[in-house]
Design a protein around this ligand. Structure first.
Ligand SMILES: [Zn+2]
Length: 228
């Protein structure tokens, strides 16, 4: 092969390059997951069932979910708090994750708000709900995946997994707020402020969760009533 032949062969391959890049871009675009736009981050620590720390130091709070608390200085751990942390560890610790954002990128504690995905496509926030290690905690305006998460919660509730296991409660009265998607004890000051149009009455906590409402942090102490 002389120089001219070799040159024409190489230039022929180079001329294919734009086509190759276009194919990669389009295949990503059509599958809804642009391949070139992904960035992957190493998970160096798992704090609990809904918070992780990346190698770059960022604290990531999972959007749309709330896992039971683990023990803190003055607070006792909630049921399933450590089980949720352990399960989250098996999912993401020492792995590479991709982040997807909603309208707000940070919470008031400076943590990054994200939907977290593994490279095999597993949607971590959803799996934590699906396995019964967290419940839905919706907060406007970050509502991109609310319906997917609520569907997973109903699956977990129906199957009585994790926090939904051995559920017992007496009928009572709780006030839900359609706008904030929180429910309250009737004595709660926040509950009393709900406008008529936004108020919905639940006679079981279970029903409130089923509808996608989360317990008020003040009157319900953020916890879930479970006998276990
Ligand atoms: Zn309340």
């Amino acid at each position: 092969m002389n120089k001219i032949e070799r040159f024409s062969k190489v230039s022929k391959y180079i001329s294919y390059l734009p086509l190759i890049f276009l194919t990669i871009f389009l295949s990503g675009f059509l599958s809804g997951r642009p391949l070139l736009a992904h960035e992957w981050y190493y998970v160096k620590r798992v704090n609990d069932g809904d918070t992780i720390v990346l190698a770059d130091g960022r604290h990531i709070r999972y959007i749309g979910i709330n896992a039971p608390e683990i023990g803190h200085k003055n607070k006792k751990a909630e049921p399933f708090g450590y089980a949720a942390k352990k399960y989250n560890k098996t999912l993401v610790l020492s792995k590479m994750v991709r982040l997807e954002f909603d309208k707000q990128t940070h919470d008031r504690y400076g943590r990054t708000l994200a939907y977290v995905f593994l490279n095999n496509g597993v949607f971590v926030n959803k799996v934590m709900i699906e396995k019964g290690y967290a419940y839905c905690l919706f907060r406007r305006p970050n509502n991109k995946h609310d319906q997917v998460l609520l569907k997973s919660q109903r699956n977990a509730m129906s199957a009585k997994r994790g926090i939904w296991r051995n559920w017992k409660e007496k009928k009572a009265r709780y006030w839900g707020n359609r706008r904030s998607k929180r429910f309250h004890e009737p004595t709660c000051a926040f509950g009393k402020k709900i406008t008529i149009e936004n108020k919905i009455v639940f006679i079981r906590i279970w029903d409130a969760f089923w509808a996608g409402y989360a317990p008020c942090k003040k009157c319900m102490a953020g916890g879930v009533r479970i006998d276990d």
